[in-house]
Design a protein around this ligand. Structure first.
Ligand code: PMP
Length: 473
């Protein structure tokens, strides 16, 4: 009945799924007694900082999902971090499985990244003029990602995705884009429709302030539904500028593409005359140097990058076919610009990080991701708790549900209350997971065997609490 999750290969892609099933009987002994978890860490400083910040910053945070809105409680205010560990303002040590949401595959404050950034800032923090580093970083990106012939650097993933869509429209002379329900491409108006984790966490479908006009040319389709895609292409193909997706969707927990689906997207884009845009803000330089498109062997026309390419600084990029990229100003008519674009400190940090992300680093990241996922999932399965644990290369997701979801609706149907309980049980034991069941697990090469063991012990305790009926709040 209980036991280790069996790993089942799903299709031809690099995807592993572990399913755990609920036993027919669950010991009810403590269930009636335990309705809240005994939280061990004390956080008076975080509490005070949160109260202070909330009076001057909406919700006390500068990006909504940080507010613990879907799990409750006080967000930890981070003071410093090194490798896979972070310390909050109260001095509590945490194993960090959020990793600033993706930019740090090598962990926090890697000495080479710190040294590069420090050296760069001493030469001047911004010039608004071209620098050598921009050539160096652009060459590395073009070398690494097969479909990118030219690249433009910007400051955030939002800006990169927005610019890629504008470029696709400008280059094709067409208006409509297809995006997928639950995929997130930043918060520009036209892309803020059915947009995954942050929005889903808040429980609002889009956002007030985004006009119907702004999303009128955005067609939202269910993920992994080839028939819906074909129908949309049949209906709108003549006016389709782009199909945009996260090739490894990681903003609705982790919902991999079904076998062949990315190839289907490629064919549909080609058939319609529109462009295929892969948003690899998360997967780029995290699943491997060539990104998801290398793993799945599907070439995009345009690719959006962010997070890992900036070594923890605000840096993102979009790039792709030279004929399309040359539609951008100053060569072509499609306008796009930025005061801090290609910022020399961010570029230096990015180069330092990318230079350390070799095959060996990705092999280590894959191994440690598998180990962390097993350490999280196996105790839950052993305690008879329903979980679906999935991994695509170096990205992992864990959901409290019985059937591995293949679209956003399946993720919505998971037990997010149970995630909240699990999140707090883990946090109490010093393991910092994303404060929402809609997010993925971000690992880093700095995680040690001892960390993995600590995670397993924490998950064993959390699993016991859950199996005994504990609930947070
Ligand atoms: N695309 C994807 C796939 C993302 O995950 C994100 C951010 N999580 C973005 C775009 C937006 O990036 P940023 O937060 O840097 O604007």
């Amino acid at each position: 009945m209980h036991g280790r999750p069996s790993l089942v290969r799903v299709g031809s892609g690099p995807v592993e799924t572990a399913l755990g099933s609920l036993p027919w009987f669950r010991a009810p002994a403590l269930a009636a007694l335990v309705n809240s978890l005994a939280r061990m860490a004390t956080t008076p400083v975080s509490d005070e900082l949160f109260a202070r910040t909330r009076t001057v910053v909406p919700g006390g945070v500068n990006s909504p999902v940080r507010a613990f809105g879907s799990v409750g409680g006080t967000p930890r205010f981070f003071a410093h971090a090194s490798g896979a560990h972070a310390w909050d303002e109260d001095g509590n040590e945490l194993i960090d499985l959020v990793g600033s949401w993706g930019p740090l595959p090598l962990g926090h404050a890697h000495p080479a990244v710190v040294a590069a950034a420090r050296a760069a800032i001493e030469r001047g923090s911004t010039f608004g003029a071209p620098t050598r580093g921009e050539a160096d970083l652009a060459e590395r990106i073009v070398d690494a990602v097969a479909s990118i012939e030219q690249v433009r650097l910007v400051s955030s993933g939002t800006e990169a995705a927005m610019s890629a869509v504008r470029l696709a429209r400008g280059a094709t002379g067409r208006s409509k884009i297809v995006k997928f329900d639950g995929h997130y491409h930043g918060h520009s108006d036209g892309l803020l429709a059915a947009a995954g984790s942050g929005v889903a966490t808040l429980g609002i479908p889009g956002s007030p302030g985004v006009t119907a006009g702004a999303t009128a040319d955005t067609i939202v389709l269910p993920w992994n539904d080839p028939a819906a895609l074909d129908a949309a292409v049949d209906e709108h193909g003549d006016d389709l500028a782009a199909i945009i997706c996260e090739p490894i969707p990681a903003n609705m927990n982790l919902v991999p593409a079904a076998p062949g689906f990315l190839g289907h997207l490629r064919d549909a884009a080609t058939r319609s005359g529109g462009l295929l845009v892969f948003d690899e803000v998360i997967s780029g330089f995290r699943v491997g140097r060539g990104g998801a498109q290398h793993c799945y062997d599907v070439a995009a026309d345009l690719t959006v990058l962010g997070k890992a390419i900036g070594g923890g600084f605000p840096l993102a990029a979009f790039g792709g076919r030279a004929d399309v990229m040359s539609e951008l100003a100053p060569v072509g008519p499609v306008y796009q610009a930025g005061t801090l674009s290609g910022n020399p400190v961010a570029v230096a940090a990015g180069i330092a990080q990318l230079d350390l992300l070799d095959d060996e680093a990705f092999a280590r990241l894959r191994t440690v991701t598998a180990e962390v996922l097993a350490a999280l999932a196996e105790p839950l399965v052993g305690a008879g708790v329903d979980v679906v644990a999935r991994r695509v290369q170096t990205l992992a997701g864990l959901l409290f549900t019985t059937v591995a979801p293949m679209d956003r609706a399946g993720v919505a149907a998971a037990d997010h209350d149970r995630h909240r309980t699990w999140f707090h049980a883990m946090l109490d034991q010093g393991v910092y997971l994303a404060p929402s069941g809609w997010e993925v697990i971000f690992t880093c090469t700095a995680l040690t065997d001892a960390d993995v063991l600590t995670i397993r012990r924490a998950s064993e305790a959390a699993a016991e609490q859950i199996a005994n009926g504990a609930s947070f709040g």
